[in-house]
Design a protein around this ligand. Sequence first.
Ligand SMILES: NC(=O)c1ccc[n+]([C@@H]2O[C@H](COP(=O)([O-])OP(=O)(O)OC[C@H]3O[C@@H](n4cnc5c(N)ncnc54)[C@H](O)[C@@H]3O)[C@@H](O)[C@H]2O)c1
Ligand SMILES: [Zn+2]
Length: 401
Amino acid sequence: MSDPFGQSADQDRYDIDFSVPLVHRLRFTQDCFGDDFDIIRDLLQPGATDASRVQVWVDDGLAAWDPELLSTISGQLSEAKEVELVADVECLPGGEAIKNDAALVDHLLQAFHRDNLDRRSYVLVVGGGAILDAVGYAAAVAHRGIRLIRVPTSTLAQADSGVGVKNAVNWFGKKNWKGTFAAPWAVVNDERLLEGLSDRDYRCGFSEAVKVALLKDADFFEFLSNSAQAIAARSQPQSRRALRQSVLLHLWHITRGGDPFELQQARPLDFGHWSAHKLEAITGYTLRHGEAVSIGVAVDVAYSHLRHGLAREVAEQTMTTLQGLQLPIWDTALGEEVIFDGLEEFRQHLGGELTITLIEDIGRPVDVHTIDRSAMREAMAMVAQHARGGQRTTHHSSSSP
Ligand SMILES: NC(=O)c1ccc[n+]([C@@H]2O[C@H](COP(=O)([O-])OP(=O)(O)OC[C@H]3O[C@@H](n4cnc5c(N)ncnc54)[C@H](O)[C@@H]3O)[C@@H](O)[C@H]2O)c1
Ligand SMILES: [Zn+2]
């Protein structure tokens, strides 16, 4: 008798590959709770016998900008055929604090339970990356996964994290300690909702665009380089083009890159991030993630030039592009402690051998396992010098190089 795998049934060891078919749905809209509401409604697929049940959570930063938004969403969903809005649309505090609040996860789970959400129900979350992460985490653990529709409303979340297949909250005082890998049901990148962002927050998302362009797409890098000033001034169509190409490159990486759940050691999309995470922490999160990534990318291109053959012009052009986007490439908090502690913390977070993605050329990433300290000091000096020639440095109390 053979076993169900067609092998002899007296084996004691089975190593069986398997894959799970998932669909990633990404939509681009101009006004998803206005003229484009059909796109949201069509994502809420009803069951065979009943209406789609949906609960909605909105970032209060966004609600402060558009005080009508909650009633607009509620009106649209209440009028939609075969859709049941199961509770009042509720606001949650936007920003990182929400990920530090254990009571918040409990509040969300209580609400899912109160409204009898099940695995075919929908949780629609509208806001910045922090609330997408917190609500996404709660939705992923409830019933082992309620359908999550993300409407990212920061450029950072639209360019990058919104299409990610991760969620997390901070635990034990550590960032993203508690979380899951879970693909969202859908992601809706809406243009109008970005209007609520301050100029500073608006610019932040584009450092992730520069990052992914350097990793994958030379034409996109040229486009960003040529459009930096226009994007910083929030001009369309340049900003739209940049956000679209950035999110599509991230989506490509997740769905076609072969390692959506980061089982391998290398995490190419974390280019520029190892020092960024440390910088965010050391500045008490006064530096935004996108700003810290801009600085981290500048350091990594300088080091890539010094040790891995990246042309000096590309390193300089990257820094000039980031400055054109009005993002900082240097911070006074960036000292050796940040750099060398940051490397060790990055290694510990991932476990195992240090693996950092750098670039030999645009579109040619390389994984490295050791960092040469004196070359890194030189890289920092190169960035500092470029920053002095340009305009954008941020100031925080800590050691300078
Ligand atoms: N899950 C992932 O894969 C992943 C990847 C990268 C980052 N992240 C997480 O994303 C978070 C950062 O997200 P973020 O940069 O979007 O910042 P954020 O969510 O902290 O939002 C920043 C501020 O902008 C406000 N805001 C958001 N959209 C607005 C709008 N349209 N109008 C007015 N105000 C608005 C928020 O209320 C908040 O005060 C971090 O917690 C980070 O860890 C997650
Ligand atoms: Zn990032």
